[in-house]
Write a protein that binds this ligand. Structure first.
Ligand code: SAM
Length: 301
């Protein structure tokens, strides 16, 4: 089951009130959106966006009670401006972006987001995307794979891992998450020389976490989407409107932080969170995914 991250804090900074309109750019299973709709009752509207068709279906189902107040579209938040124009969605009082994947992607997408399950190396949010993780590991040049692992995964063994990937793919195409995590484990000095064969799935998962994250970010072009999204989101907001962004990766958080600071200097916004808001210990205990969440919020002036 998906538990919305930093829900109390999202509501505090988004501060929905009766009759206000909101955009949830990553509606997922509508965990945040259902609360936003409750608080903006009886007539506030919500525009939801998700790149994943099955998430659009799920959120439509779980928000069936609010069907007269919602529009949900299958698209990327990087196209927020165009979507708002197309849907004639006016007077935007708040925008939420809760980046990355949902627990659904891990639990039952069958698309290789988790190394705990043996699944095809896919990692796409949208099946319309031509790029998959399988394509990257089997077809990209070694240096390109190394860069992805180093930059998006901050993986210090990126060189050894990319070398091992290229060696393995010469024998046969790498197709599954378990094949890839074996290759990654075999590239890390401590586990090389076949010692990794005795490792538990859990241990291999820990070793491969950074590389899997890096591939997911590359497949979905996540950082570029965020860069494109931020200025357009600010433009779309009403004066006095709030923008709340939750990120899970230090590179994402840096992009958000820099954007907010630059626009504060230009007197376009006020920063509501001096430091990023993080999950409490009890939230982390209940929902381990919240461990790396960082929330930043602004108000447009
Ligand atoms: C962390 S989940 C959001 C969960 C949601 N806040 C909730 O409470 O149910 C992130 C969602 O963003 C979607 N997503 C990822 N990249 C996207 C993009 N560029 N545009 C729109 N949706 C995206 C994923 O498919 C996923 O459903």
């Amino acid at each position: 089951m998906h538990i919305p991250v930093l829900k109390k804090e999202v509501l505090e900074y988004l501060n929905p009130k009766t009759g206000e309109n909101f955009i949830d750019c990553t509606i997922g299973e509508a965990g945040h959106s259902s609360e936003i709709l409750e608080r903006s009752s009886p007539n506030g509207k919500l525009l939801g966006i998700d790149l994943d068709k099955s998430q659009v279906e799920r959120s439509n189902n779980s928000l069936a009670d609010y069907k007269n107040r919602i529009i949900i579209v299958e698209d990327s938040y990087k196209n927020i401006k165009q979507i708002v124009e197309d849907k004639k969605f006016e007077k935007v009082d708040g925008i939420l972006l809760d980046a990355g994947f949902s627990s659904r992607h891990i639990d039952d997408s069958g698309r290789g987001f988790s190394f705990r399950k043996d699944e095809p190396l896919d990692m796409r949010y949208s099946l319309d995307n031509d790029l998959t993780a399988e394509k990257i590991v089997n077809e990209y040049p070694e240096e390109e794979i190394e860069k992805i692992l180093k930059y998006f995964g901050e993986e210090k063994f990126s060189r050894q891992i990319s070398k091992n990937i290229v060696k393995a793919r010469q024998a046969k195409r790498i197709k599954s998450t378990f094949e890839l995590s074996d290759i990654i484990a075999g590239a890390i000095p401590m586990f090389a020389k076949n010692k990794h064969r005795g490792l538990s799935i859990w241990a291999k998962a820990q070793i491969g976490a950074r590389s899997f994250q890096a591939l997911r970010i590359a497949v979905n072009n996540e950082l570029d989407s965020l860069e494109k999204f931020l200025p357009d989101a600010l433009e779309v907001l009403e004066t006095g409107g709030r923008l709340v962004v939750i990120s899970f990766h230090s590179l994402e958080d840096r992009i958000v932080k820099n954007f907010f600071q630059e626009n504060k200097k230009l007197n376009k916004l006020e920063i509501l969170t001096k430091k990023p808001i993080v999950a409490t210990d009890s939230e982390i205990l209940e929902n381990p995914r919240s461990r790396s969440a960082k929330l930043r919020a602004i108000i447009k002036i």
